[in-house]
Design a protein. Sequence first.
Lengths: 483, 446
Amino acid sequence: MNRELKRVSIVVMLMFVALLSSTSVVQAFQADNLSADPRNTRTLYDSYQVERGAILVAGEPIAQSMPADDDYKFLRTYTNPELYAPITGYIPINGEPTGLEFALNAELTGTSNSQFFDKISALVTGQDPKGAAVEVTIDPIAQQAAWDALGDYTGSVVVTEPATGRILAMVSKPSFNPNLLTVHNNAEVTASYEALLADPSDPLIDRAINSLNPPGSVFKLVVTTAALESGDYTPESTFPNVAVYTAPGTTSKIENSSGGTCGAGDTVTLATALRLSCNIPFAELGVELGDTAIRETAEKFGFNSSYSIPMNVAGSVYPRGLDDPQTAQSAFGQFDVQVTPLQMAMVSGAIANGGVVMAPNLVQEILAPNLSAIETFKPVELGRVMSEETAATITAMMINGVQDGAASNARIDGVDVAGKTGTAQNGSTDPFTLWFTGFAPANDPQYAITVLVENGGGEGQTGFGNKLAAPVAQKVLEAVLNK
Amino acid sequence: MRRLRLPQKLRNLELFLLLIACFINASAVVLVQLGALGELDPTLVLLGAGLSALVITLHIVLRFVARDADPFILPIATVLNGIGIAMIYRIDIADKQGGWESAAVRQTVWSALAIFSAIVVLLVIRNHRVLFRYTYIAGLVGVLLLFLPLVPGLGKEISGARVWISFGNFGTFQPGEIAKIALAVFFAGYLVRNRDSLSMVGKKFLGARFPRFRDLGPILIVWALSMSVIIFQRDLGTALLYFGLFLVMLYLATGRLSWVILGMGLFLGGALLASQTLDYVNGRFTNWLDALNPDVYEAKGGSFQLVQGLFGLAKGGLLGTGWGQGRPEITPVPQSDYIIASLGEELGLAGLFGILALYLLFVARGFRIGFAGQDDFGKLLAVGLAFVVALQCFIVIGGVTRVIPLTGLTTPFLAAGGSSLVANWIIAALLLRLSDTVRNQPRLVV
């Protein structure tokens, strides 16, 4: 019988080996995936057990965890909630966090790899674990000025520092109060969330990074870059100056926004076309350049790719494989071209930065509980999209546009502002989408700004970029330049 | 003569290990209180001290009636029992249960009853060969116990399975747990008597000797028994346990692999058929194979519990959260079917490895009796009892960690449940008795 017994012993050994392996697989190898599963309430509760780090603007908390007398131990509280909602996001007890609360969850809860040694030392010293604080790049003066200047419009203002890509202001309107979504009561959170979700003005959407709109004439900056970088064009290159243009292979007509020709004369220069923001010369230029050249330039600016700031930014789109009529439409920012305000800020920023695109970034520093910096973010170059000469040329053209052109309402006394407006159509009857993008001071750019006003600013098809968007930019630039 | 007091080396070793086990158990309860309550509460410590006194009593009984019994079995059973109580107590705290409502208090009382039963078994059964005489009575008792829950008015259905009998307010009892001992005795006795006819004759086919049709009777009856457990009591785990036990004992007795092949074929065929026709069996398979699928997770009777158990284990990681620091109460029935997930959460992979090692050692001690034993009945019975513990661990822990589909069974010694405790302590007592006999018998030279 002992021979059989030996075999059965081996079977029993194998059974236990199977159990040792399966427990190892679950507890060691799958553990990270299982902990990250959104259905894992243990992870959620844990995220409340540590004192979550604060989110700081210029050293002042805009999001912090206040002691609470319940199971969750801490209540997440937002200061100036509506102003900073697109930046902080919120962390509800019964759902996924958003904004920086989501993107930097590991750092804020103290579970990121860079905080490993802090965790060990907390374990040894018996201190309560604490998350790291996050200092953002936001300039409170710029943020407040942008919020005030945008008034009641639906839209967004993004201010960046051209040389570094640091985001100094990021406003989205209408906004919401994240404090409503962090209360420790499932039913209340759900009710508030459903109400916000049902609101037709979509307050939960961060328009600066997640709202895609047709750019209209602000896209002409991209086409101008493509033209000048091709070496075949200068600002003095001329185009036939007609009142109605029909692209090859179509019968649909393109008109300038004035309805007439682009200034006087039989021909019009590229500089004049950009200054007065005429559609026909750009349609002609677009067809000559071809969709591939324009797309390649657009992609160098950041189109057709997504990035994180560290929140995920919706990718702006310049479509592939366009025919001539579509290329003509796209050349003045219509057809299927779609952009986020942040993408336009990257375009202006690159021109202001001598042609180098900087990665936009919202996080300045991750700070340990003792306020020592765990991680400091350095500027990252995404690449050169144009030569310094081209950048200088386009800057000069944009200064003209503000001083003596279609962007006149962005003028500031004593400071050269470079700018470009946009008025994009959304179908034949829907309200326009209004834009301004630019930077100041033009000779030493400190601030790049992009303003988006959706829904025609309430003026349907009568409002235009220079009337509604440019004054917003002017007010913000005045505020930040005078501080 | 024997009273000349030879030093009881084995018993002294046992006492030493037992004191360590009691110390571990007391520390576990203290750590639970510090971790989950933040303060010390003396009531449960007193209960634990009573339990320690009882296992020491058992140890003293062994000094008189089984001086040469295996020294590891009692300490292992004690430490597993104690860790189980600590975890059940820890979950009581999370669920804010106290007093007689508390599962930990009930578990402690049941433990006392179970250890007492073990003492009675050791005192009454002075020689295991007595059991050989009751082979068929044991078989009858086993079958009756197994089907007792089906008696109307007596049986009780809990979460789908009808394996309990109810004693009104006093509580419920799972007679199937005791039945496994009776059936092990029956299988051992029956197989020792009849193994010649089961192993010697039959046709050779594909290199293995297959039995004659008329010798198929016993295996078919046990198979039918298991299938009826699946169908009427809706209990996959118990059926698997009994059938696996029978197959292994049959193989040990006859040495014929063909029996195992035949038996596994029968059982897999039956299980496959059941998974096609019985909803609950089918559900168990889906939950096993596709646990993380949101549809399966959300479904009624779906994988919610299984996945919550996995989340708990994942939370524990390598070293665990520590006693009282995790959230095992999130998983449904964390103190019985899922106690291993609860322990994995708070003690980590390291803790589970320790627990598995204890089980393996326990089972190995049983197999050791099998190797050293002189009489075939004793050998078969010891290995059968040890194997049933091993198989039960495999079925329930394997179910929780997705090695096999989950079926409801108790984790021996750990899980909340009186009948299981009583049964496993009786198994421990029988193994102690058998190991004593093995060492006492003069080696026969044949």
